[in-house]
Design a binder for this molecule. Structure first.
Ligand code: TRP
Length: 352
């Protein structure tokens, strides 16, 4: 069975884009067909200026929403990254395999560093950027390689990072002996790419500060309706599906299609006015979010349950990652802390 790993970074409230683009498929397909791990990657949230209490809150909320979206701890492993030491342990070793040039070439680093510098300057804090922002892709590679994940379902913006994880795995294996599974990025065929309702040229991402163009998974129905009704549309009157020339309209049609199981092109024929399309889209989104919000509410009423799930998830994850990370430590030349026989008994791969 293929092992699949994916992560959610607790830097903002999860959005309709996260749900329709990824989480829904994790619950409907991946957890059934693969040996899947879903991780709240909280260490990654510390790479930019952050508020500790907010990160803590968002980590708990993200984990709760993953469960509310249908991830079932009986079928997959849901856990928090910082609960499993192997991520940080392996990240350092991989830093000794990656080069600084490689890091500086990462497109996301260039973009995020520029944005972060600007933000820091506005707050009169100088223009510095955390070193961890530069090394972030190595930690992400560690997330993937520690588990021997063969497939990593990610959006286009993360493909370059998965490529890096591939390169590091191949390089490590060549230099120090076969240790890691070489992963590849997969893109779910049917995932909707939901764009910002106020700016259909950019993705509806959770890290965007705030926005009337972003529907959050926990938005009240009336807030959802308001945001959808105020979505920017394109000039012109007839409802046609064309991503290039009518991106605002196309986004609405795609959201409606993703929520109702239809096809955007076919749906466009059923509307003669923007208003009617917006109204139906708003209701479709409200209906998709309804069960998720109800389940979230139940889970919030029982925080002990969520904590238990995360604790058990971390334990299982640790058991999967430990032998591989131990093997990497040994292969790269670090002296084992305990006698070979003991770790061999614990299931580690010993190649001495
Ligand atoms: N970098 C990813 C993002 O910003 C989150 C992430 C961290 C991730 N580690 C991962 C995704 C491992 C997939 C696999 O969205």
């Amino acid at each position: 069975m293929t092992r699949v790993f994916s992560g959610v970074k607790p830097t903002g409230h999860l959005t309709l884009g996260n749900y329709l683009g990824a989480m829904r498929r994790w619950a409907a397909v991946d957890q059934h067909e693969a040996d899947a791990l879903f991780c709240v990657v909280d260490l990654h949230a510390l790479t930019v200026d952050h508020d500790p209490a907010r990160v803590r809150r968002l980590s708990r909320q993200s984990a709760t929403l993953l469960l509310a979206a249908g991830l079932d701890p009986e079928l997959c492993t849901v856990f928090v990254q910082s609960h499993v030491d192997e991520h940080a342990r392996l990240s350092y070793v991989l830093e000794c395999v990656a080069t600084d040039g490689e890091m500086r070439r990462m497109i996301q680093y260039k973009e995020k560093a520029a944005r972060e510098r600007q933000r820091q300057r506005q707050r009169q804090r100088g223009g510095s950027v955390r070193l961890s922002l530069l090394t972030y892709p190595v930690l992400m590679a560690a997330d993937i390689l520690a588990y021997g994940a063969g497939e990593v379902p990610v959006g286009d913006d993360q493909r370059q990072h998965v490529e890096l994880a591939r390169d590091l795995a191949v390089r490590f294996n060549q230099r120090y002996g076969h240790t890691f599974v070489v992963p590849r990025a997969t893109r779910p065929e049917v995932a909707a790419r939901v764009m910002n309702l106020q700016d259909p040229a950019s993705k509806m991402g959770k890290s965007d500060d705030v926005g009337p163009g972003i529907v959050y998974l926990l938005d009240e129905p009336d807030v959802v309706r308001k945001k959808v009704m105020r979505a920017v549309t394109d000039s012109g009157r007839e409802v046609v599906y064309d991503r290039e020339t009518r991106p605002g309209l196309a986004n609405l049609l795609e959201i409606l299609a993703a929520c109702t199981g239809g096809e955007p092109e076919a749906l466009s024929g059923a509307y003669t006015s923007y208003g009617a399309l917006k109204k139906d889209t708003a209701e479709a989104v409200v209906e998709v979010l309804r069960p998720l919000q109800a389940r979230h509410k139940e889970l919030c009423a029982d925080p002990g349950h969520v904590e238990g799930v995360l604790r058990a998830g971390a334990e299982r994850a640790r058991g999967m990652a430990r032998p591989t990370v131990d093997a990497a430590y040994r292969a790269i030349g670090l002296l084992p802390a305990v006698a070979e026989a003991e770790t061999a008994g614990a299931g580690a791969v010993v190649t001495v």
